[in-house]
Design a protein around this ligand. Structure first.
Ligand code: FMN
Length: 426
């Protein structure tokens, strides 16, 4: 293979080709021979440096500044093995389930690092000081109006989604997003040696959690959607922030990424900032790095990879969607969350239907619907919860996670080289 010609996405990738490109990028060389000379000289002089390294990649021990948020343990392992950092989203797991997932990752990831993401919102309904899970669940259940439960049930019935078997256990739907569930999750996370970082969504983590994570030697970061939120994270002593723009999948604010990233970078400098929201390939990665981001934090991309544990109808809905097919809706979690537009999101947006509840009540109200969707994915697609960002429009093929990482690196390097050539005086 000619190392000067980047492999096309349809061909299998070799990690070595990518590494060669990333090694060659910052030198003066533009031809294959001069790239080769630059690399050879670097080796000979012992000045072998990964050009995509920075403070965070060195701290985490990763090759490329690519962070992959996913709920799927197989994707975590595949991305970390490919040189990025797999980040497991913990919010949907009980502590016992989380332990199972993290043990599995430990058994399969070798000596590679990984990270975990928790969701502890700044504001949520219910008594924030209540640490008894049973009492908290009961209090919250009593706050959900019957009309909401009935509306949810009718949406699924109308879509033809079968009822659950009578003996199916539902769980509370409370999930990991309050202190009573997040603190035990963090205690579990810190028992796993290869975890190098914990990130939090929806707010600055409280000082005791920051202290707990940092005193274990791990880094702690948090997502933000405005420069003011980023400044609060910095003031709380976090190690980095993740700036997620409007186009991103999942919970997201209303400032577009290209506007948000430099504002956040300026607001918290010299704290490292990871750019999130709308990164679907190496050109977007190059843009983020050029603006001063320390790396890219991606989510949607990993929903349609070979290793993802999504049902075939769900994967197909991502492959079919264009960038116009997503909407921000409170209808699942109570906070604005970008997902595929469908009959469910349209129904909650109408004037004659119930107002969405706050977090975590809305999620608890739709718990039964989500369980029915999970059990009958073929019948449920028109009302299913499919959080994804606008990059869904470019997710047109199922790929291996390692190929996604390596293609992104290679395209990023090509983009940066193209930009550098514009500045060349030769
Ligand atoms: C299916 C899905 C679920 C998500 N859940 C969470 C979550 O639990 N915690 C979190 O910090 N971010 C979550 N996010 C947001 C991602 O961490 C990431 O910031 C976002 O996907 C980046 O934008 P992109 O989708 O354009 O790549 C989720 C994103 C998706 C697509």
């Amino acid at each position: 293979m000619n190392a000067a010609t980047p492999t096309k996405t349809s061909e299998p990738y070799s990690a070595d080709v990518c590494r060669f490109h990333s090694l060659a990028w910052p030198g003066e060389a533009s031809s294959f021979q001069s790239m080769f000379r630059a690399v050879w000289n670097a080796f000979r002089e012992g000045a072998y440096v990964w050009p995509m390294q920075n403070e965070l990649t060195e701290r985490f021990g990763i090759e490329f500044p690519i962070y992959a948020f996913t709920h799927c343990r197989d994707v975590v392992v595949a991305v970390s093995k490919a040189g990025g950092l797999g980040v497991l989203g913990a919010v949907g797991f009980s502590v016992e389930q989380l332990q199972t997932e993290l043990d599995w990752i430990d058994d399969h990831i070798g000596d590679k690092p990984y990270a975990v993401d928790i969701v502890l919102p700044q504001k949520y309904d219910g008594d924030a000081g209540e640490m008894d899970l049973g009492r908290l669940t009961q209090d919250l259940q009593s706050m959900i109006p019957d009309g909401h439960r009935e509306f949810v049930r009718s949406l699924l019935d109308d879509a033809g989604v079968p009822e659950l078997p009578k003996d199916e256990a539902l769980g509370s739907g409370l999930m990991g997003w309050n202190r009573a569930t997040a603190v035990p999750q963090v205690e579990e996370i810190l028992r796993h040696d290869n975890v190098v970082m914990v990130a939090n969504a929806l707010g600055t983590p409280p000082p005791d959690l920051v202290e707990m994570i940092q005193s274990s030697g791990r880094a702690v970061g948090a997502l933000c959607g405005t420069p003011a939120q980023a400044a609060r994270h910095a003031a709380a002593g976090l190690d980095f922030v993740i700036a997620q723009g409007y186009e991103g999948g999942g919970h997201t604010g209303d400032i577009g990424s290209v506007v948000l990233w430099p504002q956040v970078i300026d607001a918290v400098s010299p704290l490292p900032v990871l750019a999130a929201g709308g990164i679907g390939g190496g050109r977007q990665m190059a843009a983020a790095l050029s603006m001063g981001a320390a790396g890219v934090w991606t989510g949607s991309l990993w929903l349609a990879v070979e290793e993802a544990a999504a049902s075939p109808p769900e994967i197909q809905s991502y492959l079919d969607a264009t960038s116009k097919d997503t909407v921000r809706s409170r209808s699942y979690t109570g906070k604005p969350c970008r997902m595929l537009r469908n009959d469910w999101t349209e129904a909650w947006g109408r004037g004659d239907t119930p107002e969405t509840l706050g977090m975590p009540l809305q999620m608890m109200a739709v718990r039964e619907a989500m369980t029915r969707q999970g059990r009958y994915p073929d019948q449920a697609q028109s009302v299913a919860f499919n959080p994804v960002g606008q990059v869904v429009g470019t997710m047109n093929r199922v790929k291996r996670s390692a190929d996604v990482v390596l293609e992104m690196v290679e395209e990023c390097i090509e983009s940066l080289e193209r930009t550098r050539r514009m500045l060349s005086t030769e």
